[in-house]
Structure formats: C-alpha cells, structure tokens
Design a protein. Structure first.
Length: 380
C-alpha cells in the first residue's frame, strides 16, 4: 500500500474510528486500525466486536493494499505531524509515515491483516432515514436512564422501536424510565436493544442537525451511516420489559402542576444545592430530597445532618391534591436539564407511587418525552 493524503483528512478519519478500538487485551488485533486503500479512497476501520466503525476519506492511491496498525499509537503519531501532505507506505512488517512539508519520517509496526475481523454485511428488512437532530435529541434525553450495572445487560442498552413513521427510544435502570419519540422515514418494523455506547457515539458525531442518518436493520444486526461514517452494532439479546404497563393510567393522576421557565431554573438550582448538602449524608443514603406540592408552591427540603440543610419554595400552578414525596435529587435534576421546553409538568399519582415529568402542554399519549421516576421510601 502506498498513498498520499492530507494530514487533516487522515487525522479526522483516525479520530473517528479510534473510538471503536478495544481497550481490552483479550485479542491484540482489536487494538488495531485497518487501513484499506482503493479507488482513490482510504477507508479506516476499527472494532471491539460490540461496535464497528468505518470512515472513508479521499486519498491519492499510488498502490492499493491493506495494513493494520496499533490504533491509539497511530492516532497519537498523526496528531504530532505538521499540516500538509502525508505519505503512507506499508510492507508486511511496518508502515512508513512521511511528512513532505518537513524531512520527517517515522514507522510503526504492522499487525496481521488476516486476523482483523471482517465487518458484517447485513441484509435488513428495515431500512430508512432519521434526521440527525431528532436522533441526537432522543439519545440525549433517554440515555440518562440507562443502567450502569452490567449484571442485567439488557438495561445497559436502549430499546429502539421503528414502526410506520415513528421512532421510539426507551431506557430504564428500574428506578426511572425515559421514553423519547420522534419521526423517521422508512419501511418495516423492528424493536432492538442496542448498547448505549453505540447510540452515544453516533450522536456525538452528528455536528449538523440537518444531516440524515441512514439505518439498515434486521433482528440481529444494525447498520447506521452518517455522511462518510458507517457504524455496525451488536444487538443485546433479551425481551425488553413492557414499559407501557409501568406508566400510570390517566385516571390515577391526582395532582398536576406546572413550572414556568423561572420556576424550572429555581428548582434546578435548589436540586444542585441539595446534592451538595446531602452528598455525605450520615444515614448512608445520599441525594434524598423531600418535595411538597402545596397549593401554589413546590417546597423542596433536604437535610445533610452534619453538613447543613436547605429549604426552597418554588412558585407553581397546581391542580388537584397536595402531595409530599421524597426522591433522588440527581434523578430529578437529570430530567429537568435535558427537557428543552421552558415549561414542564409534574403528574403525580401519590406519595409512594411513580411520578411523571413531561413538557407542559403535551399529554402522555402525544408527548415527545416522558420521564417516570419512583419515589424513595424514607423512614421518619
């Protein structure tokens, strides 16, 4: 393989695919990046067997070929090179790197190309496109509820449902549930549980909300394409719980309150303060706040014992019963920060049953976002 390529183009592609390089030492080849030069294109590929990524950029291909190099070492070396044309030439033992703007030549040992895993080629019965802005919003709003405990792998992923012209993403750690809805254009129906990391990596590379993300999927594999980047992800096995059954029926709601823009910001500040105060709670339970919906006030209080306490009154518009319940302040704060709407609504069914937060003016059935959180049982 021998090519000439602009340093900025090469560095961009390396920085994209190095995200998929494995940090584990089980298979040394997974620490590598495959460079594939053909048809005046350089394609870079990396995989950790959960996520595979490919990025293609233009190059002057003098001699076609493939080679594999240590991914993170190669990334760091390219970062140090000056801007301008870079020449890459490989043999079986090493890849020679030359910067033409300076007399700069270095080399990096090659790994065995034959050991590099082939990226899957899928024939999906589901195919369509999702606006990048919609995809990024859904991942940002739903991923906050993904579990970090890998004992139950299903909950470390996000459920993605594609049906008709609707896309729904769901995540839960069993203490809270986030549901995001948007639109897509495509054919077929499918429900897949995908690793949260896959979804976040795709979202992080969507710089323009007007871009289009292409999707091809079947029940076992899924491909995403964003401009010149392709993602292939494994699917987490298992049957995701029926999250609809967890949502309280409309008839069960006994209290409804709305926070305007100023009240929402005041509550965010109060929750952040409460987290600081309760961080070292002597009772072993941290981030517990008590919320009291009383007439036209939402009263937040928290006791940090040895550190201090907090009492904040937030103006609200309320209908229904007065309710007092305790929650994990972090769970509430996460939701308030990722709902872009200026006004939010709390729908409550009681002090010991789930509460629901949605953008104000939307019902549960047509809401673009639903966040359900369980109260905490606290002894007096």
């Amino acid at each position: 393989m021998k090519i000439n390529i602009e340093k900025n183009d090469l560095f961009y592609a390396v920085q994209v695919v190095v995200r998929a390089v494995s940090n584990k030492n089980t298979l040394p080849i997974l620490s590598g990046i495959l460079l594939d030069a053909h048809n005046n294109t350089l394609s870079l590929k990396a995989t950790d067997l959960d996520l595979a990524m490919e990025c293609s950029v233009s190059a002057d291909v003098i001699e076609e070929g493939q080679t594999v190099v240590q991914g993170k070492l190669f990334s760091n070396m390219i970062a140090l090179l000056p801007n301008g044309n870079i020449e890459l030439e490989s043999n079986k033992e090493k890849l020679i790197i030359k910067a033409e703007s300076e007399k700069n030549e270095s080399s990096i040992k090659c790994l065995d190309v034959d050991e590099f895993p082939m990226l899957p080629i899928i024939n999906g019965n589901v195919e369509g496109v999702i606006p990048a802005g919609v995809f990024k919003r859904l991942v940002r709003q739903v991923s906050i509820a993904v579990a970090t405990d890998e004992i139950r792998p299903m909950f470390t992923g996000m459920l993605i449902k594609l049906s008709n012209n609707n896309i729904t993403m769901v995540a839960t750690d069993t203490h809270r549930l986030a549901i995001g809805k948007g639109g897509w254009q495509g054919k077929g129906e499918v429900s897949l549980i995908l690793p949260c990391r896959t979804m976040k990596e795709i979202a992080s590379l969507t710089n323009n909300d007007e871009d289009i993300i292409k999707l091809i999927a079947n029940n076992n594999e899924v491909y995403f394409t964003l401009n010149n980047i392709t993602f292939a992800s494994r699917v987490i096995s298992g049957q995701y719980p029926d999250y609809q059954q967890v949502l309280p029926a409309d008839a069960l709601y006994c209290s409804y309150s709305v926070l305007n823009k100023d009240s929402k910001q005041k509550l965010i500040m109060a929750l952040e303060m409460a987290i600081l105060i309760t961080r070292d709670s002597a009772r072993g339970k941290t981030n517990i706040v008590k919320l009291k919906w009383q007439d036209d006030q939402l009263i937040l209080s928290a006791d940090g014992h040895d550190t201090g306490d907090i009492h904040v009154e937030v103006p609200i518009t309320k209908e229904g019963e007065n309710i007092t319940a305790s929650y994990n302040a972090r769970y509430l704060l996460d939701a308030l920060k990722i709902i872009d709407d200026e006004q939010i609504a709390f729908h409550l069914t009681g002090p010991t049953t789930p509460g629901v937060i949605i953008p104000d003016g939307q019902s549960r059935d047509n809401s673009s976002y639903i966040y359900l959180v369980l109260p905490m049982r606290v002894s007096n």
